[in-house]
Design a protein around this ligand. Structure first.
Ligand code: ATP
Ligand code: MG
Length: 573
């Protein structure tokens, strides 16, 4: 772990209080946590909450945080996911050094503990099928008052096998004598337990599937509930911090630790992060990728770290977001506008301003001296005086945004229309004298204006009468760019809540990505590289995408300038 934690970890919360109490009481003498991703997908912003807590708590108590890959499902796991996960944790500013572990390295250790439980009479080999196992376990049923009851399950007919028989069968499971699914190893706890998780949970299953690290060495794989507490114990994890859905598994976590008589790791749960208009589940995200609804795990609309990064999110903005949402004990929904607000605040401080025009319309200055180019001063970042100024070319043929001109303006339209004047940012005040139209299509092809030479760079004698300021480019100097504009992938605030019979994936907004191929930018944009970010004046914050490398630059709109969160905050205040 790095010496200093990046800003963004909350200083105090119920987890830190619990850890403090454990140190004070002598339950633990030092702190060790872990972040345990399963390498079956890329990390999403929900995971950042988890690992910020894991690394942050360790850091605050002078401890260590392990990165452990919980890789015990050979079907879905892959080295490419391991690599992506490591890259993304580092991107957010966390480092684990030598403390990188794999549950798949513990297979032998876990096997020995399973044998130990068999010897104690606490585990048995079962021949029930998956379906029978579920049926014997029973389910929770609501009564007419909607109170949930869990009638007792039934013991498997194989539950009372002798220790010798179980030892023999388990060894033969490992040796590959039985077909996939033919047998399981189960913990012998209580088939009438009110908590279904405690009803003789499966510890091992038979599965002939090569594992990305252990290959064909094993044909039995440990289940999460058995593997996780014991992997924690092996690493001497003091505080095993996880999201709330594991709360009902905690008695089982404690049971395995106790019965195996290993290091007494303690599980503490915190609320999952949920964000409006967003799905935060690897399973759902994987489907978006597989069904090609998005261009990949790092599509700028994805809530994955790679997607956010490509969209233009900075680590600073994500950490700021995490520090603002805090660590609650109950699940809640965070407004996606808060996330956008955090990005806007960060980019407002840091992003250089430039001008770009998404849908160019030529503007001809009829009284501009033929062939003359004037170099105007433009401020690079009004929030950062140290960012300085740059020179931008001004000429008699400009490009403006198509929607900054209207032939017949609606009320309160302060931009260009015949007879009206606007200020060109950093430049002159111009007055619209007319426009050209393609008679065949009826489309406006150019706007004609005159400029007032006395108004250069903001020295406007008649400033008060000019209400609109628009951005522009000098046509001869502008460079072609592609802009990609993004809307929310899910128009619905809670995309996970779909009415019965509706497939959630059908609720994706097909227009959530709009490609604008004919955009133009300032000459400064000719030399950009992927990851560079700018504010395109009046249009929003944009980040250079890897797709444009070497050719026409591609810019993703990270976030628009309109801060709806600031408005919400103001209203609440
Ligand atoms: P998903 O539900 O997206 O598939 P997962 O829990 O299966 O996620 P893991 O790789 O097992 O994915 O997660 C690693 C850690 O991240 C776990 O400790 C889990 O509790 C935590 N985590 C996952 N999603 C969230 C979330 N939305 N908010 C907070 N923590 C989360
Ligand atoms: Mg999980």
């Amino acid at each position: 772990m790095s010496d200093s934690l990046p800003a963004g970890a909350p200083a105090s919360d119920f987890i830190r209080e619990a850890v403090k109490a454990d140190l004070a009481s002598g339950r633990f003498s030092s702190v060790r946590t872990r972040f345990p991703p399963e390498p079956n997908g890329w990390l999403h912003i929900g995971h950042t909450k988890a690992f910020t807590i894991d690394f942050g708590v360790a850091q605050d108590f002078g401890g260590v945080c392990n990165l452990r890959f919980d890789d015990t499902n050979p079907e879905k796991e892959d080295q490419s996911y391991v690599d992506a996960i490591k890259r993304d944790i580092r991107w957010l500013g966390f480092e684990w050094g030598q403390n990188e572990f794999y549950a798949s390295d513990y297979y032998e250790y876990l096997y020995d503990l399973a044998v130990k439980l068999i010897r104690k009479g606490k585990a048995y080999v079962d021949d029930l099928s998956d379906e029978e196992t579920r049926e014997y376990r029973g389910t929770a049923v609501p009564d007419k008052n909607n109170i949930t009851h869990t009638p007792p399950g039934r013991n498997s007919p194989w539950r009372e096998r002798s220790v010798e028989e179980n030892l023999d069968l388990f060894a033969r499971m490992r040796a590959g004598e039985f077909a996939d699914g033919a047998k399981t190893l189960r913990a012998k706890i209580d088939m009438a337990h009110p908590n279904l998780v405690m009803r003789d949970p499966v510890m091992y299953r038979i599965r002939r599937e090569p594992h990305y690290r252990t290959g064909d060495a094993w044909c039995i794989y440990p289940m999460y509930d058995f593997q996780h507490p014991l992997s924690d114990a092996k690493e001497g994890i003091t505080h095993s911090l996880c999201s709330l859905e594991y709360e009902i598994h905690r008695p089982l976590y404690d049971w395995f630790i106790r019965e195996c008589d290993v290091f007494p790791s303690r599980q503490i749960e915190f609320a999952r992060l949920n964000i409006t208009h967003t799905v935060l589940s690897k399973r759902w995200l994987l489907r978006l990728v597989k069904d090609k609804v998005v261009r990949g795990w790092d599509d700028p609309r994805m809530p994955t770290l790679a997607g956010l990064r490509r969209r233009g999110y900075t680590p600073e903005a994500v950490r700021d977001f995490l520090s603002r949402i805090g660590i609650a004990k109950t699940d809640s929904m965070v407004d996606v506008q808060l996330l956008e607000h955090c990005l806007r605040e960060d980019l407002n401080r840091r992003a250089p301003r430039v001008m770009a025009v998404l849908r160019p319309l030529p503007l001809i200055l009829e009284n501009w001296p033929e062939g003359q180019v004037d170099w105007l001063d433009a401020v690079n970042n009004p929030e950062d005086p140290g960012a300085g100024t740059r020179k931008i070319p001004f000429s008699g043929r400009l490009l403006i945004e198509r929607d900054d001109f209207m032939e017949t303006p609606p009320p309160k339209y302060f931009r260009l229309y015949p007879g009206n004047s606007v200020r060109l940012r950093y430049g002159f005040i111009v007055t619209c004298t007319g426009f050209d139209k393609d008679p065949a299509t009826g489309q406006v092809t150019a706007v004609r204006c005159t400029y007032n030479p006395d108004t250069r760079g903001g020295n406007a004698p008649d400033n008060s009468k000019v209400r609109g300021t628009i951005h522009w480019l000098s046509e001869a100097h502008a460079v072609p760019i592609e802009a990609r504009l993004y809307e929310r992938l899910f128009p619905s605030e809670r995309p996970m809540d779909v009415p019965p019979g509706v497939d959630w994936i059908s609720t994706v907004d097909p227009k959530s990505e709009e490609i604008v191929p004919g955009a133009m930018g300032e000459p400064a944009l000719a030399g950009v590289k992927p990851g560079d970010f700018y504010q395109f004046e009046r249009l929003g914050y944009f980040c250079c995408d890897p797709d444009g490398a070497g050719g026409k630059p591609v810019f993703n709109r990270s976030v628009s300038l309109k801060d709806s969160w600031a408005k919400i905050e103001k209203k609440n205040a």
